[in-house]
Design a protein around this ligand. Structure first.
Ligand code: FMN
Length: 332
């Protein structure tokens, strides 16, 4: 597979595998990781184990049933934007094989909120009841930054009945200016509007309050992490996903000079640092969820995240290098 262009092979897999949906349940007995000791519950959400698929791998929810069958407890689909968009020009996805990393500048290519909603609702009928489907939301490239809150609110509105939880993505380096939303003032405005929207939906549609998490970058300073954490707490958010990809390029073996976000082994230490800091700030607060993402390839990486305070762990790049059997490797 590594001989083929990364985006081409991705599209082949995501185009062909869904044709075999009928066969996915046959995989379940080989990937059964449900131990009572490893369950996790928060605000009405119940996870059968601690491992999930990170955002961006199944942006359009084409393979939701597959992630359930191979043993993950949850998938974060998206990032989705209110309107469909093509993303950045290709090539935009690069392997750093020597470093076991990936650089991407996809730019939120996705089918849009309406279509994703339909896919999730369809998949929900086929997955096991305890499979959790989160939706990672973002803004369209053409929406001015000062109106970003409007795009996040639209996504929440359209997807409210389909999503089990939402993640506000303000940390992708591939949408111009998006990361500035992590700044104190911008984040306050954004979260205020988002929480207002959720409360309005809960009231008018008589639906349960759903968890909202925030996904942050690994490049924040300790002061910035503290400020984001405090703002998230102030607005009653339910947790933080740490972290997205990095724009730094330290100590790489591969000779590559491409713009975008770096993921995989090279970001493990950076993501771990953010998680450690968040856990320090969080203390014994069991209600505020920490989701550890970045550089998880095996059981030892997974354990590191748990020791640093993660309630849940997600993988993306590790699965590209280790294959779908990574659940077996980590959870068995
Ligand atoms: C090709 C690619 C696309 C991604 N797309 C998204 C995305 O749309 N939204 C998002 O929040 N994170 C996205 N990510 C970031 C991952 O969800 C994850 O946070 C990051 O890659 C670190 O985890 P990893 O080292 O296990 O890959 C993407 C990562 C990659 C490699």
């Amino acid at each position: 597979m590594f001989r083929i262009n990364p985006e081409v092979i991705h599209n082949i897999i995501f185009g062909v595998l869904p044709w075999f949906k009928w066969g996915f349940p046959l995989l379940r007995p080989f990937y059964h990781f449900h131990e009572v000791a490893n369950e996790f519950s928060v605000m009405g959400l119940h996870f059968r184990n601690r491992l999930g698929v990170a955002a961006g791998l199944d942006k359009n929810g084409n393979m939701i049933e597959f992630w359930d069958a191979v043993g993950f407890s949850h998938i974060e689909v998206g990032t989705v934007t209110p309107l469909p968009q093509p993303g950045n020009p290709k090539p935009r996805l690069f392997r750093l094989i020597k470093d076991k990393g990936i650089i991407n500048r996809m730019g939120f290519n996705n089918v849009g909120a309406e279509k994703l909603r339909k896919r999730i609702l369809k998949a929900k009928k086929r997955v096991r009841k305890d499979f959790v489907i989160g939706v990672n939301i973002g803004k369209n490239k053409t929406t001015p930054l000062e109106n970003a809150f409007d795009d996040y609110a639209k996504c929440i509105n359209v997807l409210y009945d389909a999503a089990d939880y939402f993640v506000i993505n303000i940390s992708s380096p591939n949408t111009p200016g998006l990361r500035t939303l992590q700044g104190d003032e911008q984040l306050n405005t954004l979260l205020f509007e988002i929480i207002m929207k959720r409360n309005e939906i809960v009231k008018t549609k008589q639906l349960p309050e759903k968890c909202i998490f925030l996904k942050i970058a690994p490049d924040l300073t300790d002061e910035e992490i503290e400020s984001v954490y405090k703002t998230a707490m102030n607005y009653g958010l339910n947790g933080i996903v740490a972290t997205n990809t990095t724009i730094t390029r330290d100590n790489l073996l591969s000779k590559i000079n491409e713009e975008g976000g770096l993921s995989g082994k090279p970001i493990k230490a950076l993501s771990d640092r953010v998680l450690r800091k968040l856990n320090e700030l969080n203390g014994n607060n069991k209600e505020f969820v920490l989701i550890g993402v970045g550089g998880v390839f095996d059981k030892s990486d997974y354990k590191d995240k748990m020791i640093l305070g993660a309630d849940l762990v997600q993988v993306y790049t590790g699965m590209i290098y280790e294959g779908f059997g990574i659940t077996n490797k980590i959870l068995k």
